[in-house]
Design a protein around this ligand. Structure first.
Ligand code: NAD
Ligand code: MG
Length: 382
C-alpha cells in the first residue's frame, strides 16, 4: 500500500484527481511535477509541502522558485528535475500522470529505484513497453495500471494463478463524439467538436485521441505490453455507456468484467491501495438506474488511427514509437487548428513510411525513432 507519492503531471486531469485521492487517503507527497503551470503547482505545493517541485519549463521554474522561497520546497526544472522527482527517496509510489513520451525516462528511473508505478502515462508503454516491463521484472517494481480499461483487467486478473488461462482481453471503447460517422464525414470536424467527449472529462490530447480512436489503439498496445499478450489476444468493442470498463475472457468461457460509473478516481484509488480497497466517498453504480448496456464492433475504416495502431502492434520494433511520436505532434497541430481531423492519420502513416524501422530496439533506438517521427510530421505541416 502507498504512503508517499511522487506525482508526475500534478496539474493535469489525472494529476488533480490523484491529489483528491491523496487528500481522501491521507497520503504524503514527496514531489510534484508539471510543465509550466506556476499558479496551480504553487497552490499544490503550499497544500502538500513536497520536498521537491519541478516545472519542466525553465522560466516557469525560476518564477516558482521565487514564489516558494518562504517554504521548504526545493524547485528544479527540465529532465533533470523530472528524474530527481521520480527517484526521490521518500516516495514509495510514482504516479505517472504526465502526458506523452516525455514520461519514459522518469518511469524507467523510478523502476530502477523499485518504486511502485501507478501508470497513467500510456505513451511510455506504447513506445517502450517491452523495455519498461523487462526493467520492472528485473528490479522487482510493481506496475499498477491507472488507465480505466487496464485497471479493470488488473482487477479481474486478481486471483488468476495461471495467466495461460486467459484467452483474450476485451477493452471497451466509448466510440468518442464521432461514433457512427464515415471517414469522409469526419473531414470537417473541428477542435471544438472533437473536445466534446460523451462520458469522460480528460486532458486535451487524450480527448482528441478518443475522437480519432487512436486512444483505443494505444490502449490495445498498452494491454499487450502489460499482460505480455499478442495482438490476437487483445480485442476492443464499442460500449457507448462506459459502464463496463473492460473484460477478461478465460479459457473455460467465463467472462469477468469490472463495472462502475465513469470516474477515474476509482482506478487511481485502487492503484494506491492495491492489494487492498479503501472506502470511497463516491456513489456506487445503481444497476436499477443504469441504461441498457450495448456492444458493437469498432469501425477502423472510418477511424484509421485504430487500424494503423493495430498494424504497428503487429509489426513491433520501433513502429509503435514512430506512430506515437507522429501522433503527439499531429494532435498538437490539430489542437492549434493547423491541420484537419483526417490529417492526423495521414501524417502518422507518412511518418511510418519515412522513418526506417528497427527491430529489437534499445532505448536509444526508440528515442531516435520518436525524434525522427516528430521531425517528419513537422516538416509536412510547414
Ligand atoms: P493533461 O493534459 O490534463 O495533464 C498532463 C500533465 O502533464 C500536466 O500536469 C502537464 O503539466 C504535464 N506535462 C505536459 N508536458 C510536460 C512536459 N514536457 N514535462 C513535464 N510535464 C509535462 O493530461 P491527462 O488527461 O491528465 O493525461 C495524463 C496521462 O494519463 C496521459 O498519458 C493520458 O493518456 C493518461 N490517461 C488519462 C486519463 C484521463 O481521464 N485524463 C485516463 C486514462 C489515461
Ligand atoms: Mg482508457
Amino acid at each position: 500500500m502507498t504512503r508517499t507519492i511522487t506525482l508526475l503531471g500534478s496539474t493535469g486531469s489525472i494529476g488533480k484527481q490523484t491529489l483528491e485521492v491523496a487528500r481522501e487517503l491521507g497520503l504524503k507527497v514527496a514531489a510534484l511535477t508539471a510543465n509550466s503551470s506556476v499558479d496551480l503547482i504553487e497552490a499544490q505545493a503550499r497544500e502538500f509541502s513536497p520536498r521537491l517541485a519541478v516545472l519542466y519549463d525553465e522560466d516557469a521554474a525560476n518564477e516558482l522558485r521565487q514564489r516558494l522561497s518562504d517554504t521548504k520546497t526545493r524547485v528544479m526544472s527540465g529532465m533533470e528535475g523530472l528524474l530527481a522527482a521520480a527517484t526521490i527517496d521518500e516516495a514509495d509510489t510514482v504516479v505517472t500522470a504526465v502526458v506523452g513520451m516525455i514520461g519514459l525516462r522518469p518511469t524507467l528511473a523510478a523502476i530502477e529505484k523499485k518504486k511502485r508505478i501507478a501508470l497513467a502515462n500510456k505513451e511510455t508503454l506504447v513506445c517502450a513497453g517491452e523495455l519498461v516491463m523487462d526493467a520492472a521484472d528485473r528490479y522487482g517494481a510493481e506496475i499498477v495500471p491507472v488507465d480505466s480499461e487496464h485497471s479493470a483487467i488488473f482487477q479481474c486478473v486478481q486471483g488468476c494463478r495461471d495467466r495461460g488461462e486467459i484467452k483474450r482481453l476485451i477493452l471497451t471503447c466509448s466510440g468518442g463524439p464521432f461514433y457512427g460517422l464515415r471517414f469522409d464525414e469526419l473531414a470537417g470536424k473541428t477542435r471544438a467538436d472533437a473536445l466534446k467527449h460523451p462520458n469522460w472529462s480528460m486532458g486535451a490530447k487524450i480527448t482528441i485521441d478518443s475522437a480519432t480512436l487512436m486512444n483505443k489503439g494505444l490502449e490495445i498496445i498498452e494491454a499487450m505490453r502489460l499482460y505480455r499478450l499478442p495482438l490476437s489476444q487483445v480485442d476492443a468493442v464499442i460500449h457507448r455507456q462506459s459502464i463496463v470498463h473492460s473484460l477478461i475472457e478465460y479459457r473455460d468461457g467465463a467472462l469477468l468484467a469490472q463495472l462502475g460509473t465513469p470516474d477515474m478516481k476509482l482506478p487511481i484509488r485502487y492503484a494506491m491501495t492495491y492489494p487492498y480497497r479503501a472506502q470511497s466517498p463516491a456513489e456506487p453504480l445503481d444497476l436499477l438506474k443504469c441504461p441498457p448496456l450495448t456492444f458493437a464492433e469498432p469501425d477502423d475504416r472510418a477511424f484509421r488511427c485504430l487500424a494503423i495502431a493495430k498494424q504497428c502492434a503487429k509489426a513491433g520494433g520501433t513502429s509503435c514509437a514512430v506512430m506515437n511520436g507522429a501522433n503527439e505532434v499531429a494532435v498538437m497541430a490539430f489542437l492549434h487548428d493547423e491541420i484537419g481531423f483526417n490529417d492526423i492519420p495521414a501524417l502518422v502513416e507518412t511518418a511510418l513510411s519515412e522513418v526506417k524501422q528497427v527491430s529489437n530496439p534499445a532505448l536509444s533506438d526508440i528515442l531516435e525513432a520518436d525524434r525522427l517521427a516528430r521531425e517528419s510530421v513537422r516538416a509536412h505541416i510547414s
